[in-house]
Design a protein around this ligand. Sequence first.
Ligand SMILES: Nc1ncnc2c1ncn2[C@@H]1O[C@H](COP(=O)(O)OP(=O)(O)OP(=O)(O)O)[C@@H](O)[C@H]1O
Ligand SMILES: [Mg+2]
Length: 112
Amino acid sequence: MTKIECILRPAKIMEVRNVLGNLGVKGMTVTEVIGCGLQKGHTRDDWNTEFNINLLPKTKIEMVVSDDMVDEVIRAIIEISRTGEIGDGKIFTYPIGNAVRIRTGETGESAI
Ligand SMILES: Nc1ncnc2c1ncn2[C@@H]1O[C@H](COP(=O)(O)OP(=O)(O)OP(=O)(O)O)[C@@H](O)[C@H]1O
Ligand SMILES: [Mg+2]
């Protein structure tokens, strides 16, 4: 199992959520966040001239999926989210030790 965490433009979230659902992603956690990347939160026009860090609104999606779905999920997120402009977002993956569905006690892939 792998946890995929992606931080995206808020405007892309509805489409990403729908496509991930269609791919068979069963659960996800969505959080409104603020953050910055390479440009320290500045837009294309001002990022060479500003020295303070600015934090822009982004949306974070976290989901734990079986390892065989990881590539497909990442491809879909990129396809929807890439505009080619700075600030398109980022994807991080983490290996997951275990999962437990509290209601039933199921563990591992049957719990996700
Ligand atoms: N190294 C990082 N660690 C944690 N979060 C990050 C990191 N880089 C980016 N993020 C998060 O991702 C969001 C989007 O990052 P962004 O797309 O601007 O990345 P970037 O590296 O600056 O690439 P680009 O040059 O395309 O803008 C940030 O607002 C921040 O929330
Ligand atoms: Mg950036």
